[in-house]
Write a protein that binds this ligand. Structure first.
Ligand code: NAD
Ligand code: UFG
Length: 338
C-alpha cells in the first residue's frame, strides 16, 4: 500500500513526503521537475533514513500515469503538482489551465480506472477572492479570483465536487491553504524559487543573504493595521500535518470536503520583515512602492472547522516560521544549487 504524491519534489510536496516517510507510509512521487530539483528528494530520504520511489513524468501523460498505478499498490493520492506563479499565469493562461486543469482531469481518470478514489487537493485561499469579512470560514462564498492561476484552482475545486457527486465512492479533500512559509527544522529542505521570487518570505530571505539588494513592499496605504498587506502565514510543517489529518479522515468519510489550513492570525508585511530581522540579525532594506495589481488588502482564516473535524490546528508562531526560513536560506544561499 502506497501514497502517491504528485509534485512531491516541490516546496510543500517535499515536506509532505518527509512526513509520510517518518510516519512509515510507502511513498511514490511523480514529478516532472519543471519547478523543482531531484536534490530535494535525495535530502528528504537522507533525513528520513528511508527511501521513496521517484518516477519522473508529467501528470498529463495518461499512459505514463496508468503505468504508475499498475506498478504500485496506490491507495490514496496527495495532489500537489501544478503551476503557481500568479503573474506568469496572466501572461500564459493556456499553460496554466492546461497544467492545472488538464493535469487534474487526467489524474482523476486514471484514479477512477485504477479504483483509487481518495484524493487530497492543494487548493488556495485565493478562491475566496477579495472577501470582506475576516476571518474567512469555509462557508464564505467563493469570490472572483483576479488571475488565471486562481481561476484554475476554483475550476478544479468545482470539477472535483462534481466528481464526488457522481460516484459516492470518492473521498476528496479540498484544502484551502493560506500563505505557506517556513522550512523543515533541519535547514536541509525549503522553498527554492526559480528566478526572482514572487512571494514575500522567499524575497525577504534572499535580501537577508545578499542575493537581492532590497525588498519592494507593494503598498503602504491599505486600510490595515499599518497600511501594508495582511496575510495568514502558516508554517509548512503545520500545513503538512493538516494533510495527514485530512488523509486519515478520508479513510472514513465519503464526498468532497473543504478545510481551510491557516493559523487564524493575520500578519502585515512590516511585521514579517521585523520578525525576520529579529531572528536573522540581518537588516532588511525595503522601499514602499505602489500596490501590486490583483492584491487584496487582507486575508486570514477561520481554522475552527479543521480543528473540529480533523483535530488539527497550527502550532508554530511567526517567529518559528521566520527562524526556520532563515536556517534554510542561510545554509543554502543558492537553494538546492548551493
Ligand atoms: P512547487 O512549484 O514548489 O511544487 C509543485 C511541483 O509540481 C513541482 O515539483 C513541479 O515540478 C511539479 N509539477 C508541476 N506540474 C507538473 C506536471 N504537469 N506533472 C508533474 N509534476 C508537475 O509548488 P508548492 O508551493 O509546493 O505548491 C504545491 C501546490 O500547492 C500547488 O498546486 C500550488 O498551486 C498549491 N498552493 C501553493 C501555495 C503556496 O503559496 N506555495 C498556496 C496555495 C496553494
Ligand atoms: N509582498 C510585497 N513584496 C513582495 C512580495 C509580496 O510587499 O515582493 C506583499 C504582497 O503585496 C502581500 C504579501 O506580501 O501583501 C503576501 O504576498 P505573497 O505574494 O507572498 O502572497 P499572496 O497572498 O499574494 O499569494 C499567496 C500565493 C498564492 C495563493 C495565496 C493564497 O502566492 O498562490 O497566497 O493562498 F493563492
Amino acid at each position: 500500500m502506497a501514497v502517491l504524491v504528485t509534485g512531491g519534489a516541490g516546496y510543500i510536496g517535499s515536506h509532505m513526503v518527509l512526513s509520510l516517510l517518518k510516519e512509515a507510509y510507502e511513498v511514490v512521487v511523480v514529478d516532472n521537475f519543471c519547478n523543482s530539483s531531484p536534490e530535494a528528494l535525495r535530502r528528504v530520504c537522507s533525513i528520513a533514513e528511508r527511501e521513496c520511489s521517484v518516477v519522473e513524468g508529467d501528470i498529463r501523460d495518461e499512459a505514463f500515469l496508468d503505468k504508475v498505478f499498475k506498478e504500485n499498490d496506490i491507495t490514496e493520492v496527495l495532489h500537489f503538482a501544478g503551476l503557481k506563479a500568479v503573474g506568469e499565469s496572466v501572461s500564459a493562461p493556456l499553460k496554466y489551465y492546461d497544467n492545472n486543469i488538464t493535469g487534474t482531469l487526467t489524474l482523476c481518470r486514471v484514479m477512477q480506472r485504477a479504483g483509487v478514489r481518495n484524493l487530497v487537493f492543494s487548493s488556495s485561499a485565493t478562491v475566496y477572492g477579495d472577501a470582506k469579512n475576516m476571518p474567512i470560514s469555509e462557508d464564505c462564498p467563493t469570490g472572483t479570483p483576479t488571475n488565471p492561476y486562481g481561476r484554475s484552482k476554483l475550476i478544479v475545486e468545482e470539477i472535483l465536487r462534481d466528481v464526488a457527486k457522481s460516484d459516492p465512492e470518492w473521498s476528496i479533500a479540498l484544502l484551502r491553504y493560506f500563505n505557506p512559509v517556513g522550512a523543515h527544522e533541519s535547514g536541509l529542505i525549503g522553498e527554492d524559487p526559480m528566478g526572482e521570487p514572487n512571494n514575500l518570505v522567499p524575497y525577504v530571505a534572499q535580501v537577508a543573504v545578499g542575493r537581492r539588494p532590497r525588498l519592494s513592499i507593494f503598498g503602504g496605504d491599505y486600510q490595515t493595521k499599518d497600511g501594508t498587506g495582511v496575510r495568514d502565514y502558516i508554517h509548512v510543517e503545520d500545513l503538512v500535518a493538516g494533510h495527514l489529518a485530512a488523509m486519515k479522515k478520508l479513510a472514513t468519510e465519503k464526498g468532497a470536503k473543504i478545510w481551510n489550513l491557516g493559523t487564524g492570525h493575520g500578519s502585515s508585511v512590516l511585521e514579517v520583515v521585523e520578525a525576520f530581522q529579529r531572528v536573522s540579525g540581518r537588516d532588511i532594506s525595503y522601499t514602499i512602492i505602489d500596490r501590486r495589481e490583483g492584491d487584496i488588502p487582507e486575508c486570514w482564516a477561520d481554522p475552527s472547522h479543521a480543528k473540529k473535524e480533523l483535530g488539527w490546528a497550527a502550532t508554530k508562531s511567526l517567529n518559528d516560521m521566520m527562524a526556520d526560513t532563515w536556517r534554510w536560506q542561510s545554509k543554502n544561499p543558492d537553494g538546492y544549487r548551493s
